[in-house]
Design a protein around this ligand. Structure first.
Ligand SMILES: [Zn+2]
Length: 582
């Protein structure tokens, strides 16, 4: 049984929900079996040509990556329900479902088998694991795009929401997205609009989307929801088909690590609103409002001083799908990836004299890697496609993706004739002014000793300054890029140790329970502006102590203004970038 579910980058260990396991041959004679790993069963089949497995799956958590059974509905997250035979995952699969008599609806991206009720087909186990199944008494709506049917299973949308308008808007959104890529790559698509929980997960030709059904009652709530559905839908291109090489074919037994979730998730966030603009469902001002709030949220969270988008991607399997546990020391590749997407797009548009855009990169990746080579792309291939479209070097954007360097947003938005203004106000905590990278010590830095001494555990981690903000307390005290921080206030230097000095604790960014948490008390070690801290650094193999007088922390706010006299290129880039095409 898989340990994780495609689209949700965390280990779920679903086999823990399995009980009452039995194996039989075709004549219902019991076959001996044993459990050989935590998620592997070995059946002694002898001469049996058929093996029947019976097992119960416990499903009490209503979440898009978990199987759930309630009084009025059930949801199968297939990787936590169906076992596979390792050498037979390319075999076709049939799924037959027996519904309780008072349930009428099964919604899934799986192919129905004609002539057999409630029976479905998957061409292989990858398709099976990518096709959740929702059962109960959902509303069931439908629209076509280019003759391809799109089904909408609704569990909990508020009765006040106009169904006809909702379906028309989803149709516009799908039309804009499919025009952008130039393909409708499936035979049918199903939106599973589920209630009672948070989180959405994209699949090959379906998406499981959970939300508060009453949140659609206001125009803002409705637009936000459309963006969320647009996100999960756009994933059918970006990540399901346009994908980094690590993300398929999957290994279901372990983590599938990649640096590129800032592309797969972040660029999907970038496109979720852009698709709505193209579809005429979001205005240019609404788009830019969302962008500036996103930049402010990212810049005002201390984590961006310590973690890059590529690191956040790689570490997500430990931290939990893109929303790190600690906003002080980690970032969200969703948020950062969306801004990197905007910078790539604007640079490509300006660099190509407004002849190409990030859309061309997405189309090239779709055609070249998904259709022709039938594989994912490497990190280098993604960059090549971006630079080919821009007609030049994009090293600055890619270094923003892989480091915690301060980002010059204004330079990029100026390419579209937009002036990004920043205002600052005092905020709690204290200010130091460094960005760092927490990295493995180089081999020659590991102290000598008996062979392999100290190597048995995790590698030694060191904290290195990657940039010092001009005019900051750190610069005044003489700290420099490349310095290794050994200790702060007598404690081993880690991102957390520094942040405990500078920043009030923040509630975890995960889950939807923030409202029920008590206010977090301030850290006992937290310093104030004007306090001095002792930092021990190593520079050129010499250890030095540095005293830094901390400054005031600021909270930044961003606004966009069109420049007074845009050049023809700036005007053309802005017009085409945020233009409704429908
Ligand atoms: Zn996503």
């Amino acid at each position: 049984m898989p340990v994780w579910s495609p689209g949700f980058y965390g280990i779920g260990n679903y086999s823990r929900n399995v009980s009452n396991f039995r194996a039989e041959d075709g004549a219902r004679h019991a076959l001996p079996w044993e459990k050989v790993t935590k998620d592997t069963w070995r059946v002694a089949a002898g001469n049996a040509s058929t093996i029947v497995l019976n097992y119960d799956v416990y499903g009490a958590t209503s979440f898009a990556a978990n199987t759930y059974l309630g009084d009025d509905r059930a949801y199968i997250s297939p990787s936590g329900m169906f076992v596979y035979i390792p050498e037979m995952t390319h075999h076709p699969v049939t799924v037959a479902i027996q519904l309780p008599s008072n349930w009428k609806q099964i919604s899934t991206g799986l192919e129905p088998i004609s002539g057999k009720s409630n029976t479905f087909y998957a061409s292989d186990f990858d398709v099976l694991y990518d096709s959740p199944i929702l059962m109960g008494n959902q509303e069931y709506l439908h629209f076509d795009v280019k003759g391809v049917p799109h089904y909408v299973a609704i569990e909990n949308v508020s009765a006040k929401v106009d169904r006809q308008k909702m379906i028309a808007d989803l149709q516009k959104m799908v039309t804009a997205a499919t025009q952008l890529i130039g393909a409708v790559p499936y035979k049918h698509y199903t939106f599973l609009l589920m209630g009672r929980g948070n989180g959405g997960i994209e699949h090959l030709n379906s998406a499981s989307i959970q939300f508060d059904g009453n949140s659609l009652d206001t125009p803002e709530g409705y637009l936000h929801w459309l963006g969320y559905v647009s996100h999960e839908y756009f994933h059918n291109f970006n990540v399901k088909r346009i994908r980094p090489i690590a993300l398929g074919p999957f290994n279901y037994d372990m983590e599938n690590l990649t640096n590129m979730l800032w592309v797969s998730e972040g660029l999907t966030v970038y496109y979720e609103n852009l698709v709505l603009v193209r579809a005429g469902l979001m205005t240019r001002d609404q788009y830019l409002d969302d962008m500036k709030r996103s930049i402010a949220s990212f810049e005002n969270s201390p984590g961006h001083h310590y973690q890059s988008a590529t690191e956040s991607s790689w570490n997500t399997w430990n931290a939990g799908s893109g929303v790190g546990g600690d906003r002080n020391t980690t970032i969200s590749y969703y948020q950062n990836g969306a801004m990197l997407g905007a910078m790539l797009d604007l640079k490509i548009r300006a660099g190509s004299m407004n002849r190409r855009s990030l859309d061309d990169v997405m189309r090239a990746l779709y055609n070249k890697y998904y259709l022709q080579r039938q594989r994912g792309f490497t990190d280098a291939e993604f960059r090549q496609e971006c630079e080919a479209a821009a007609g030049g070097d994009l090293s600055e954007v890619f270094s923003y993706a892989s480091t915690s360097t301060d980002v010059d947003y204004a330079k990029y938005f100026a390419l579209a004739g937009l002036k990004l203004e920043t205002t600052s106000e005092d905020a709690s905590g204290a200010y130091l002014g460094i960005n760092t990278h927490f990295q493995e010590a180089p081999r020659n830095a590991i102290p000598s000793g008996p062979p392999f001494a100290g190597r048995s555990g995790s590698p030694e981690m060191i904290l290195v300054i990657t940039s010092v903000t001009p005019g900051s307390p750190a610069e005044t005290a003489g700290l420099k890029e490349g310095d290794q921080i050994l200790e702060v206030e007598g404690v081993k230097a880690t991102p957390k140790a520094i942040n405990d000095l500078l920043t009030p604790s923040q509630p975890s960014g995960r889950g939807g329970t923030a409202a029920s948490q008590p206010a977090t008390p301030p850290n006992s070690v937290m310093k104030s502006p004007g306090n001095k801290i002792k930092i021990q650094i190593s520079r050129n193999n010499t250890t030095t102590g540095v005293d830094v007088e901390l400054g005031k922390n600021v909270k930044r706010t961003f606004t966009f203004e069109p420049v007074a006299n845009p050049t023809p290129l700036q005007a053309a880039v802005l017009k085409d970038w945020l233009r409704a095409v429908q």
